[in-house]
Design a protein around this ligand. Structure first.
Ligand code: AHG
Ligand code: MN
Ligand code: MN
Ligand code: MN
Length: 336
């Protein structure tokens, strides 16, 4: 088939989002413009990540961020790029970045109706060994009548109007949901465009993979311990699950969306709220997983129902295939 050999009708991410928005009569194209600026940030970071060694970007920036971790040069660079790309879009108002202690209130002249929460570079401990890393983002609309305050970003995840991530891996893949399913786009470097390659991603109902930092097992609670034991020694005659853990949330969640299974960062005795941050890690990924037909659970309830009170708040998270998350849910009821 000639059409298979050379595709000539390319669905770019811009064309796709414009099509989606045309379904809403009063859509003003603002979201398309904002997403274009996010896409630009992703392309920039993608190119910086692939040049990291050459450009001598690898190494510590000599600074610590809010969570007291060492900040890498690429973290700082990615943060700067996204803050500038987002504010210059003229469509944003309040911005929250993992790398900045305080929220950013965009200059009055450039202010718009959207708030963006993001992790500019996730999995940065993996940079130096060339393992996949990514950017995570979630988008809220300003609350009715608000001129832009912290309350606009302290909304539950279910209020997000869009969420996504870009993975800088063997290829650069952007996965996006605007609330009507999940779609994946791959950067064609020769065109500089993200092309629709994974239409309507549906997470398998049940998976064969579990993904967790098992080095924390000594501090786990009973439901988590029991769940992981069941993965290895199933009681119902099914085969044991495989363990896959990259330590880059973007890469671990990407695999979970495509292959199914469960990804978790549970609470433990040392970290009663787990490690991952609600606004720019737990919410966007939970939004995507739910939109793909999966489930995201905190150990107590639906992840997207959390009402955050602090911008860098953390929460335990179990997300992935519906049936697998249902199992940990059942165990938390059994061992309350
Ligand atoms: P970040 O690089 O943005 O600080 O986040 C790293 C996160 C996340 O990507 C991953 O799932 C988790 O840290 C891994 O944590 P452990 O090393 O404790 O397993
Ligand atoms: Mn970090
Ligand atoms: Mn992160
Ligand atoms: Mn980060």
């Amino acid at each position: 088939h000639a059409a298979d050999a050379m595709r000539t009708d390319l669905m770019t991410i811009t064309r796709f989002v414009l099509n989606e928005q045309s379904k809403f009569p009063e859509a003003r194209g603002d979201l398309t413009i904002l997403l274009n600026h996010i896409v630009l940030g992703c392309k920039f970071v993608c190119s910086s990540v692939s040049k990291a060694g050459l450009a001598k970007l690898i190494g510590l920036a000599g600074d610590t961020n809010v969570q007291g971790e060492e900040q890498k040069k690429l973290d700082v660079l990615s943060n700067d790029v996204f803050i500038k790309a987002l504010s210059s879009s003229g469509r944003t108002n309040v911005l929250v970045s993992e790398e900045l202690e305080e929220a950013v209130f965009v200059d009055e002249k450039l202010r718009g109706r959207y708030c963006v929460v993001f992790d500019p570079l996730d999995g940065s401990s993996n940079i130096d060994c060339g393992v996949s890393i990514g950017t995570i983002f979630g988008i809220y609309m300003l609350k009715e009548g608000s001129a832009g305050t912290l309350n606009d970003v302290l909304q539950p995840g279910k209020n997000m109007i869009a969420a996504g991530y870009c993975m800088y891996g063997s290829s650069c893949t952007l996965v996006l949901s605007t609330g009507t399913g999940v779609n994946g786009f791959t950067l064609d470097p020769s065109l500089g465009e993200f092309i629709l390659t994974h239409p309507d991603i549906q997470i398998p109902k049940k998976g064969k993979i579990y993904s967790v930092n098992e080095g924390n097992a000594k501090n786990w609670d009973e439901p988590t311990r029991k769940f992981v034991e069941n993965c290895k020694f199933p009681q119902d005659g099914s085969s044991p699950k495989s363990l896959r853990y990259i330590g880059s949330m973007v890469a671990d969640v990407h695999r979970t969306l495509l292959y199914g299974g469960i990804f978790m960062y549970p609470a433990d005795k040392k970290s009663p709220n787990g490690k991952l941050r609600v606004l720019y890690e737990v919410f966007p990924m939970s939004f995507l997983v739910e939109q793909a037909g999966g489930m995201a659970f905190t150990g107590k309830g639906r992840a997207l129902d959390i009402v955050p009170t602090k911008i860098h708040q953390r929460s335990p998270i179990f997300l992935g295939s519906y049936d697998d998350v249902e199992q940990i849910k059942a165990l938390t009821c059994f061992f309350p």
